[in-house]
Design a protein around this ligand. Structure first.
Ligand code: HEC
Ligand code: HEC
Ligand code: HEC
Ligand code: HEC
Length: 255
């Protein structure tokens, strides 16, 4: 019995080591490697560890909003955001919906209000890490990687994608108001839904929807500047990414 347990324990431990080293191998060549070995202009003055900019094994930020913070180490932003709206958008925009889930993690660096080196636990002290080539205050420089707090021109995020939304969007599509219906990404797609506490409609909550992390994987970016951490496609080819959730044939069944 104890032998079997230790074999199981060992398999779990090997799996954890393999998946952590896969993350490490994936992230090392990306702009999210903010250690001194990182390939991008923005990186640490002296810090050599890779994960510490975003995660910590101890003293992680409390998951106050139930957003699924994975041992998060980076100071969260307290900004409020303008989110996308349109005449046909069904996802609620009022009362004002604010980003949650993985989107808040990305925005903690990408909204340009919090220093990129502002972490909770460096392992040796409870203070921040120093980076080079940031804007004054240590924040993300102005430009396309600083998305700001006005996200009204950006794809909706932190919205629940459930069967009620799928049905209502199909109806809009049938009546010619829009040309695309919405579906959940098919099983096996690299694009996926993530946790959100924001609700759509009155049906049973799925708690799953569209977040920054649905389209981007912060640990994988084969060609920096081109694949821009996308789960499918690249900066110029979005077909596979968008078609994972949007289908141009109103009558087609969701996969
Ligand atoms: C620039 C920020 C950043 C860095 C650096 C980073 N991560 Fe992450 N990590 C994230 C974000 C954001 C999420 C949540 C992703 C989501 O929900 O889509 C996450 C999620 C995770 C998760 C839980 C979900 C999963 O994908 O398994 C693990 C485990 C993880 N990271 C491990 C690591 C390790 C190990 C390193 C260092 C080699 C690392 N991360 C470096 C941002 C980062
Ligand atoms: C529906 C999919 C989708 C979602 C959701 C999404 N992105 Fe993107 N993102 C893209 C695509 C596609 C690109 C490629 C360049 C482009 O078309 O602007 C991109 C590019 C970027 C870039 C590179 C700069 C640029 O504009 O080219 C940054 C930074 C970025 N996204 C951050 C985010 C953050 C932060 C969030 C959440 C607030 C987010 N993205 C949510 C699809 C998405
Ligand atoms: C700890 C801070 C931090 C966090 C958290 C973070 N990023 Fe980044 N990200 C950066 C920095 C720094 C760069 C490089 C900016 C530059 O070189 O101008 C970057 C670059 C990018 C780029 C552009 C890549 C390219 O090749 O130009 C995208 C896209 C991106 N991040 C998306 C995300 C998404 C999505 C998340 C959440 C899942 C996230 N980031 C979380 C710091 C962060
Ligand atoms: C993970 C699923 C997912 C992906 C991937 C995705 N979308 Fe969406 N998209 C949605 C959902 C859900 C909505 C909200 C629909 C609503 O509330 O009416 C939406 C809304 C939109 C809207 C606004 C529709 C309206 O009626 O105002 C546009 C335009 C759009 N998406 C375009 C794109 C493009 C372009 C891409 C690829 C770059 C993309 N989407 C990728 C799920 C996704």
């Amino acid at each position: 019995m104890s032998r079997r347990l230790s074999i199981t324990g060992c398999i779990i431990c090997i799996t954890v080591i393999i998946s952590v080293s896969a993350v490490q191998a994936g992230i090392a060549t990306t702009k999210h490697n903010l250690s001194t070995s990182g390939p991008g202009p923005i990186k640490a003055a002296t810090e050599q560890r890779v994960c510490v900019f975003c995660h910590t094994p101890h003293r992680a930020i409390a998951d106050v909003a139930g957003i699924g913070v994975p041992l998060w180490n980076h100071t969260l932003s307290v900004a409020s955001y303008q989110l996308f709206s349109s005449a046909t958008l069904l996802s609620p925009t009022s009362p004002i919906i604010q980003p949650d889930g993985s989107s808040r993690l990305c925005l903690s660096c990408h909204d340009g209000t919090v220093a990129i080196g502002s972490v909770v636990n460096t392992g040796t002290t409870l203070s921040s890490l120093t980076l080079i080539n940031t804007a004054p205050g240590g924040v993300m420089p102005e430009g396309i990687n600083n998305v700001g707090t006005d996200l009204s021109g950006d794809h909706p995020i932190s919205i629940e994608l459930n069967s009620a939304l799928i049905d209502d969007k199909a109806q809009q599509c049938d009546s010619g108001l829009v040309s695309f219906k919405v579906c959940s990404p098919p099983a096996g797609s690299p694009v996926h839904l993530e946790k959100t506490n924001n609700r759509y409609g009155a049906g049973a909550a799925t708690g799953m929807g569209v977040q920054c992390g649905s389209c981007h994987d912060p640990h994988e970016d084969p060609v920096p500047g081109v694949t821009v951490f996308l789960r499918a496609g690249d900066r110029t080819n979005h077909d596979e990414l968008c078609n994972a959730c949007h289908i141009a044939d109103c009558a087609a069944a969701c996969p």
